[in-house]
Ligand binder design. Structure first.
Ligand code: FAD
Length: 256
């Protein structure tokens, strides 16, 4: 099975993301592989272990985002490709999907493309389905269980109401949810292999496409309004007294 897994580099989930002079900043917080993409890498490696084949990790980003690819290699991916071009900035999800779909076609002979359910920085949750549409492949989003049988696949999707069983033909796009199971930690040998890995970089010219047009612009990015939070400690001679005082306060504040 020939699998491509799309990983994104994002600010660490503990990062304090602020807007300074109209630009997004996360201070000196580390950049990490998008946590949802670790589930996608894990799922891809499990398919490879079960059905043999290869796993290629790809990312769109600057030179620094090679670290996200190295994390996927250290987990067990076989190859990695960086897609990088000065024109690939401020793209919307549709444009991102177009670049990823083109890369999957260029790799060729791909049976499955794995994604995280969403990215923790811009949280659209759109790129997997948009990429599937551009490839004209089924979009098996929110995959929690994946069973491949020849050229068919059966997936249990993790939806709010529980599990939804869907079947489709490969090639297909999958996005992964946490129910899939804990991603493995990169092994020492894996980290060493990743640190020595040659990671080719593809520009738009190598992809053979012009910079895709974005249809959604972010004309202005701003910090959310800061909330005034005051804390009042309710005191009293007994729990009953405190409870009564609290109830009166809540009623006076018309919370109830
Ligand atoms: C500085 C900045 C400016 C931006 N400006 C705009 C703008 O003007 N208009 C606009 O609409 N959006 C803008 N964005 C958001 C941008 O559209 C999204 O970050 C990008 O399209 C990916 O969408 P997402 O992260 O929400 O992914 P989701 O739709 O949540 O998809 C998640 C999955 O897609 C895959 N994926 C996502 N990104 C990548 C990647 N780079 N490489 C490989 N796989 C990936 C991963 O598997 C990931 O788990 C901007 C973002 C930044 C950081």
């Amino acid at each position: 099975m020939k699998i491509v897994v799309c990983v994104k580099q994002v600010p660490d989930s503990a990062a304090k993301v602020v807007v300074e002079n109209g630009k997004i900043s996360w201070g000196d917080a580390p950049l990490v592989i998008n946590p949802w993409d670790e589930y996608a890498v894990e799922a891809a490696i499990q398919q490879k272990e079960a059905l043999s084949g290869t796993v290629t990790a790809i990312t769109i980003g600057g030179e620094g985002s090679k670290d996200a690819l190295k994390h996927a290699l250290a987990m067990g991916a076989d190859n990695a490709i960086l897609i990088s071009d000065p024109a690939l900035v401020n793209m919307d999800t549709q444009a991102t999907a177009q670049v990823l779909a083109t890369a999957v076609k260029k790799i060729g002979g791909v049976d499955a493309a794995f994604f995280g359910r969403q990215a923790i920085d811009s949280d659209s949750g759109l790129v997997p389905a948009q990429t599937a549409r551009l490839l004209k492949w089924p979009a098996l989003t929110l995959s929690a269980v994946i069973k491949v049988d020849g050229s068919s696949v059966r997936v249990a999707r993790g939806v709010e109401e529980g599990r939804q069983i869907v079947t489709a033909k490969l090639p297909a796009v999958f996005s992964l949810v946490k129910d899939f199971g804990e991603p493995r930690y990169p092994s020492f040998m894996g980290i060493r292999k990743a640190s020595r890995a040659e990671i080719p970089a593809w520009s738009l010219a190598e992809l053979g496409i012009p910079a895709p047009a974005s249809v959604i612009a972010w004309p202005e990015i701003m910090n959310p309004p800061s909330r005034e939070v005051t804390c009042e400690v309710i005191t009293g001679g007994s729990p009953a007294e405190i409870a009564e005082a609290l109830a009166n306060k809540i009623l006076a504040e018309k919370v109830l």
